[in-house]
Design a protein around this ligand. Structure first.
Ligand code: DGJ
Length: 734
């Protein structure tokens, strides 16, 4: 097995490489760890192509040195701190006992490990076998405080990926306050990048935006306590000419579900610094002697073939080496969820016909959404009281679950365990569980409040309540929702000098809940949700293999949302449902087949009252389920290619290709009909050019090269929001 990390101890050069990428770093004057290169694989580095020595006015020099040509303000660095004559945003800031915040992080040594160590208490990419990756750990030390910074770099053998994180160890004698600890820094010289980010809103998540990286600081951050609908914990840096299929693309995907911050700083020399980490907004962490602090991890992907390859790298990594659930490799059930069918207005008798109809149509799981517990008839009460609402289920939840199981369906159940209502027994018994600032009234959102997950007792209460229900063995799936963002950032369990830890401790508390419950119930399929995609990130994927992509179920809106999401996350992580029209979020009426085509391009299901469907619609459901059964593995495991974006044109198109390139699923969407339409073609991607493919619906055969180069004409359709889907299978040439 070839090595993945080479260290030239003489010249202090570290080279991480696989067949696709190289990452190079070295040690410069003043024991400064310096960045050399990240990109396409190079065979080796001879030590000559170092950063030039230039005397730059107003960029100062090393203490005690007369060399005016060396400055930490210009040198590409691996990890910077406050107080060292580097005027960029620093990777770390530490307030010390004497009030100073200066550090001088100097290289002191390294280790190389087989495989990839786990991150204590945090989700992260993993290996199944140590031969899959190697890890370089470099230690930087500040002599004055005794702080060690252990920078971890893992390179995967088979993917163009490096993961990074940092552990701070206090080997000194005094406590310090960490005010900022980025998980990574990456400096670039002579790269005129554009940046792609994923801003959005509730019911409007992850709409890609691409813009130049200009001088000064740009940041992409969440201060909402979660990874948020508003800005996803992901950016890509691309050259101006980079498109879906060509050019350099660097992707950065933060494995964290709380406040994040991506800062880009283009400096006086047009050099660029990227920092990714926990947001330093309202963040401090008291680090006592002998204690350590572990940052979350960043996944970095490099592509020399445009954005599709970058995304496919993340898809592969996240779906196979971040997701851990046993459902990673199992087919996910086709669900019907009662939320948009009934909202809170249901009881057992009203739900039974929906379940019975689901069975007739071939649906595999019924999900009972919000409103089954406490005395919840609307969203003003009962969060925290996870006992069945007897009015709706007079014979108990188990009785209804039995009914669902007897119909041959699995049974799924909705929870929102991180929340509390004023009108709940839990609040009446434990008002101190609610996150609140002393002497101030906490702010409601959706009339609900946050449980203080910093408190171990609160976490135990949540685990016990959820486990009590799951232990009865009737729940096959859990939808774990979160319908507001954090406020009133304070924990009654922490002293004054630790209140800056609350945001991060909340996230650690959430991970603790997920770790305990997923370990205790490994057979349960967990689906993440936060008012749709308000906590859609790789951290959640570590515990829950799929996430409700958006509360917006409109097929047209979903095209942009799902395509945007696919920049960073795999289709196997996105759930998508066919819902009723007029759509409940947009009022739009789209054809049933278009709703199916959008939803079938992810983890598929329905969210409407099945008993109200016409017989034609019921027939369409059966057809969709039959089609999805044919290609479910392809959608969940295949390579996904974005072909056309609705942000650039009147169309959206994508295709999935199986690993052996024998199966292809294509979906093409036409947004608006036109009276005198220009003809459009769809050219496929990722096929085997030497294979022939049969269209399973028509029997027609095409060459892979034909489909990719000539493309097929899209039909002219005389109605809005039309779609076509195609399933191709490779055949032996005739
Ligand atoms: C928000 C979710 O995204 C919806 O699907 C639904 O579960 C509601 N919450 C229930 O309150």
């Amino acid at each position: 097995m070839t090595k993945l990390i080479e260290v030239d101890e003489q010249q202090q050069i570290f080279h991480l490489y696989n067949e696709q990428i190289s990452y190079l770093l070295t040690v410069e004057a003043g024991q400064t760890l310096s960045h050399l290169y990240f990109g396409k694989r190079v065979r080796g580095y001879h030590g000559q192509l170092t950063y030039p020595r230039v005397d730059r006015g107003f960029s100062g020099n090393l203490p005690g040195s007369d060399d005016r040509t060396f400055s930490k303000d210009t040198l590409p660095r691996e990890y910077s701190s406050a107080g060292e004559m580097d005027y960029h945003l620093p990777a770390t800031v530490v307030r010390q006992a004497d009030g100073a915040n200066a550090l001088n992080l100097q290289y002191v040594g390294y280790t190389v490990l087989e495989g990839k160590p786990k991150l204590a208490g945090l989700p992260a990419a993993y290996v199944e076998d140590d031969s899959e990756a190697e890890t370089l750990v470099i230690t930087l030390r500040d002599e004055v405080t005794g702080l060690d910074y252990q920078l971890s770099y893992t390179i995967y053998r088979a993917l163009p990926v490096i993961t990074r994180s940092v552990k701070v160890v206090n080997n000194g004698t005094q406590a310090v306050q960490l005010e900022k600890v980025a998980s990574m820094q990456l400096d670039f010289v002579d790269r005129d990048f554009e940046v792609i980010s994923l801003p959005g809103a509730h019911v409007n998540e992850r709409h890609p935006e691409r813009r130049p990286v200009s001088f000064g600081v740009q940041s992409f951050e969440s201060r909402r306590g979660t990874s948020s609908h508003q800005i996803s914990p992901f950016i890509a840096l691309v050259d101006k000419q980079t498109d879906e299929f060509s050019g350099d693309a660097y992707g950065f995907n933060f494995v964290y579900s709380g406040n994040h911050k991506f800062s880009l700083e283009k400096d006086q020399l047009a050099q660029l610094r990227l920092l990714v980490g926990i947001n330093d907004y309202n963040f401090t962490w008291k680090l006592e002697p002998a204690q350590s602090f572990q940052t979350p991890e960043v996944l970095m992907a490099y592509s020399d073939q445009g954005l599709n390859k970058m995304s496919q790298t993340f898809h592969q990594l996240i779906s196979k080496r971040v997701v851990r659930s046993k459902y990673r490799d199992l087919k996910r059930p086709i669900v019907v969820n009662n939320w948009e069918a009934t909202y809170f207005d249901f009881d057992e008798e009203k739900l039974k016909p929906i379940v019975a109809e689901a069975k007739q149509l071939g649906i595999e799981m019924f999900v009972l959404d919000d409103g089954w517990f406490g005395h919840r008839d609307d969203d003003y009460s009962s969060l925290g009281d996870w006992q069945v609402f007897a009015k709706k289920f007079p014979q108990g939840l188990g009785h209804f679950a039995d009914y669902v199981h007897n119909q041959g369906l699995k049974f799924g159940l909705w929870f929102e365990p991180e929340m509390i209502s004023y009108d709940s027994d839990l609040y009446r018994q434990h008002p101190e569980y609610l996150m609140q600032v002393p002497n101030r009234a906490p702010s409601p959102s959706r009339s609900q409040y946050i449980l203080d997950l910093c408190q171990a007792e609160v976490r135990d209460n949540v685990v016990e309540q959820v486990a009590t229900i799951l232990s009865q063995g009737q729940v096959d799936y859990v939808k774990w929702d979160m319908n507001r963002h954090l406020s009133d950032i304070y924990s009654l369990s922490l002293p004054a000098d630790r209140q800056g830890e609350v945001y991060h401790r909340y996230v650690l508390g959430y991970y603790d809940l997920m770790e305990r419950l997923t370990a205790k119930f490994p057979d349960v399929l967990f689906e993440g949700c936060s008012g749709g995609g308000g906590r859609f990130d790789a951290g959640v994927a570590y515990y829950m293999p799929q996430i409700w992509t958006s509360d917006n179920t409109d097929a047209l809106a979903r095209l942009t949302i799902q395509m945007g999401t696919s920049l960073a996350f795999p289709p196997s992580m996105m759930t998508a449902h066919v819902s009723a029209v007029p759509n409940h979020q947009t009022g739009r009426v789209t054809p049933f087949e278009t709703r199916g085509a959008a939803a079938m391009s992810a983890v598929f299901g329905y969210e409407l009252d099945l008993t109200k469907l016409t017989s034609a619609e019921k027939a369409a459901v059966k057809e969709q389920i039959a089609a999805y059964n044919q290609m479910r593995a392809l959608v969940l495991e295949g390579k996904f290619y974005r072909l056309k974006s609705p942000l650039d044109s009147n169309q959206a198109a994508w295709n999935f290709v199986s690993a052996d390139k024998k199966q292809v699923f294509v979906a093409v969407f036409n947004v608006l009909a036109q009276a005198q339409p220009y003809l459009t073609k769809t050219k496929l991607a990722g096929l085997d050019k030497d294979k022939c493919y049969r269209n399973l619906a028509t029997g027609q055969v095409y060459g892979g090269d034909e489909l990719m180069n000539l493309g097929f004409y899209d039909p002219v359709v005389r109605h809005d929001f039309a779609s076509q889907t195609y399933l191709f299978e490779a055949v032996t040439e005739e």
